[in-house]
Design a protein around this ligand. Structure first.
Ligand code: SF4
Length: 406
């Protein structure tokens, strides 16, 4: 089922389209000192390789603006400069060649300064994000509403929006981030009713894993499912590579972006499992991720339920008695030794990427299904004959009911 996106205005940040006619894009932010252009570029390359379409860097000092000259020149993705307090650094970032700006209305509050930045950005076709943040809300609004409420966040955004529109500036996206998930969701819902501009989603200061990941996923997914959101960022207290990966994966899992990375599914394991599922799944994930295999791959603990339950996966392996059943779209194509489960999975994944699913299904070993069925039967037999158990149960019930009558 395709999600209906909220209709928005459109523009580009560098070569990335923003708005409802374009794919939802993933953003992350560097943690290096921007003045250190080499270190910042190295991180930008890593973040981009892990799924970010746009990278934001802080522009917090003159040296950072100087660093941006080289960074924007060599970056593989568009660069957005993050500006707080000093509007002149926004002007410097524009001069340095950034592709976008993020202004915080909570700490750049003078109308004349905001308009000066907007006019300079307009001349260079540089979009601006109005980045409202619950933790750094305009003091007057905090006083008026008593707290960083959704109404306060939205009013802050609309106030800044008027300044930009006054000078004919419309390449705008807006965020109203909050660290509290229900507040964040409400803020964006309220804003979406009032403006047609694209929205950038995020739960601010979401924190380390796993809580940060859960909060961000809860907030961002809820809104995306309502059609709200055009760019996203997971604000996690960890390596920004994880932010990029998480954002990209979320969009792929929601089928809002095409899969270009591994989706490893695995059963949670249970008493029926014939291998250490956690260990095999981790080994498979590491091996497949290293080669960036863009398939859905399943690791299942038993052959009794595994291939059937994971029949929608492109490829999978299920554990039999000292064996692994390699299957493609639920069909067993080969039975391998248990020690070769991960290497066979990796090898078949490579072949699927090269030759395609149909070709690999056609290359299935002739008697694979037969061997697999025999393996399942042997396994079921070794786990006891259910009929014998039922007979035993019946006699136990008879004995106990006779005792009751005594
Ligand atoms: S696939 Fe098998 S081992 Fe895994 S949870 Fe299901 S029944 Fe248990």
């Amino acid at each position: 089922m395709k999600l209906q996106r909220r209709k928005t205005t459109q523009f580009k940040i560098g070569n990335v389209g923003i708005g409802s006619d374009f794919p939802i894009s993933v953003q992350s932010m560097t943690t290096t000192k921007t003045r250190d252009a080499e270190a910042t570029l190295a991180q930008i390359y890593e973040i981009a390789a892990n799924g970010a379409d746009i990278v934001r860097v802080t522009c917090n000092e003159v040296e950072a603006a100087e660093g941006l000259v080289e960074i924007t020149e060599r970056s593989p993705v568009p660069i957005v400069a993050d500006i707080h307090f000093q509007y002149k650094l926004a002007l410097a970032a524009i001069d340095a060649g950034v592709n976008g700006l993020r202004l915080n209305p909570g700490n750049i509050r003078k109308e004349s300064q905001i308009k000066e930045v907007a006019k300079a950005a307009l001349g260079q076709n540089i979009p601006i994000r109005i980045g409202v943040n619950g933790g750094s809300l305009d003091k007057d609004l905090l006083e008026k509403y008593g707290d960083a409420t959704p109404e306060a966040l939205v009013e802050s955004a609309l106030k800044e929006l008027r300044y930009l529109e006054d000078v004919g500036f419309y390449d705008i996206k807006i965020s109203v981030k909050h660290s509290n998930v229900p507040m964040m969701i409400e803020s964006y819902r309220l804003l979406a009713e009032k403006v047609k501009y694209p929205l950038h989603l995020g739960v601010t200061e979401a924190g380390p894993l796993p809580g940060g990941l859960i909060k961000s996923t809860a907030g961002i997914s809820t809104l995306l499912n309502e059609g709200i959101g055009d760019t996203i960022r997971f604000s996690l207290t960890t390596n920004p590579i994880e932010e990029a990966k998480s954002g990209r994966q979320l969009l792929e899992y929601l089928e809002l972006r095409e899969r270009n990375s591994l989706d490893l599914i695995a059963c949670p394991s249970c008493g029926r499992a014939e291998v250490d599922v956690i260990k095999v799944a981790e080994e498979a994930q590491d091996a497949l991720n290293k080669e960036n295999i863009p398939l859905q791959v399943a690791v299942m603990g038993c052959v009794v339920n595994g291939p059937g339950e994971a029949r929608s996966a492109d490829l999978g392996i299920a554990a039999g008695k000292n064996k692994g059943h390699l299957f493609i779209r639920g069909e067993v194509v080969r039975v391998v030794e248990e020690k070769d489960m991960v290497s066979s999975l990796l090898n078949e994944a490579r072949l699927i990427v090269e030759e395609g699913i149909d070709a690999r299904l056609a290359a299935a070993e002739d008697n694979a299904a037969e061997i697999a069925q025999k393996d399942i039967n042997d396994l079921l037999n070794s786990q006891g004959d259910i009929n014998k158990f039922l007979e035993r149960k019946k006699s136990v019930v008879e004995i106990t009911s006779n005792q009751d009558n005594d």
